[in-house]
Design a protein around this ligand. Sequence first.
Ligand code: CA
Length: 597
Amino acid sequence: MSKLFQFVQGHVAILILGILANGVQLSVAATGQPNIVLIVTDDQGYWDTGISGNPDIETPNMDRLAREGVQFSRYYCAPVCAPTRAGLMTGRYYLRTGLYNTRFGGDTLGKKEITVAQLLKTAGYRTGIFGKWHLGKYHGFQPNQRGFDEFLGHYHGHLERYQFPDQIYHNGKPVEARGYVTDLFTDAAMDFIEASHEKKEKFFCYLAYNAPHSPFLLDTSHFDQPEGDKLIEKYLGKGLELRDARIYGLVERIDINLGRLFEKIDQLGLRKDTVVLFMSDNGGVSRHYKAGLKGYKSQTYEGGVRSPLFVRWPGHFPAGGMVEAQASHVDMLPTFCELAGVPLPQDRKIDGKSLVPLLESGKGKSHHEYVYHTWDRYFPNPDRRWSVSDQRWKLVGIFGAKAEPSASKWKLFDLEKDPGETKNLLSKEPQQVERLRKEFVRWFNDVTDGVDYHPAPIPVGNVEENPVEIQPSWAKWEGENVQYTFDGYDWDTIDGWKVPGEYAEWDLDVLKSGLYEVTIAYGCSPVKMGGTLRFTAGQSRLYFKVVPTGNGEVFERKVIGTLKLVEGNVKLKAEVSEIDGDELMRLNQIWLRRVER
Ligand SMILES: [Ca+2]
């Protein structure tokens, strides 16, 4: 079949050149395209809802949605955040998309990927995302270039402040946001839905809460906002430890907001025209109640990858339905495409399968022959943390950083008889082990075939993002002492520089040749630090004699000069030229601004 889609670089336009995929049944589309509201929470466990059997958490609105729609007992996400979001947006397992990490620029969705938002736009949908994107920070990778008309949220894996939240952007521009973050994203989603309704447009609303992810912050009485304190006190009163009391409070705070959202949908008369889906993005982190599941977020046991999934569409999907078939986050794109009557891209492998038949019948024990999981922070690895399951059997390998992976330490479970993964049948069922490992390796080789895994070069010189912020976390660094220190993105530093020649380096994608003004934010103690920093980019050099900032922890911004950058891939190197003190400085941020000439 000829290429169905041709992706036009730098634009969201998709030219439909072909026809429907073979065998795609558009039964639902014939009844009219529904609105789609996808609610994704962050690090909420399968067990962090009342309907999971949890006796202490209070989630009446999540539970009501579950009862009014179809629940899935075995719905799987990736073990961590960004990989799941890549799968949600593309219908493909994350390793196919070039994304391989949750930080360091490895949390960037490859430019050639087509998102579900782009596809829904071709069917006339208005598209909005509210909350955590986590698929790329820079222009070209941001939601507004990946198919979303409206974006209010953040690019990274988490925020440092939930009250008056930091690092919030609206359609690419940094904004100051008041209030509590969960309320804020809900309000924006409700406004988007109402505005779309007034324009008489179908909508896709992706509400991607950053809660209950760490740092587990509720609004507290410190800001004269006692709602959070009340929730924490309630769960402490039920005997929970403080960490879990906070997580439960964060989840309940989402639930309260979902009550407002569902009421808005009803008030606008959109209940019957709207598919509402609720899920988390990976396994849980709370410990108080686990619904009998093993493991946590980042592991490939059930507790690390199983998520709630509740789907409501009155009159189409039967209330009280329960699907037992194993389903996956990569199924969302094909599901939404079927609902909207949009053909799937034919020029690439889509791993997901539409859930619509299961949703319409409200039951089913067969969907994917196999579901696969793998996670290793720094580079794809088929041995470190992985699993593969069919409807009954599951083979797992989990090895910590210091452990040597070994086939004798794999684990085989019979999920039908032992959903809690308590009895290792590895030695009793060698044929199952061999079959499942072979299938996992086949899959791993397939999804990594021909894909390069490295931080995307940072685009520099785009008029839409000028200056561009060069983040410490995207650096590669070299030297015995120099290091990257994570401190919540805004306070990250490259520090410890002690010897001339030690450096940090960034890959840039210079979009236009010319002069670029260099601004840095840095800290320098007047007694312990000092020296000269040298920037190099191609043939261009710039020296900066470091001036004390009052204290090494106090960061000042300074324009330090210009570099001449040539279009194309350029390495920007920040290097110790001379040392005058124990160490050079703490380098916090760099901005490159294209200037005239
Ligand atoms: Ca997460």
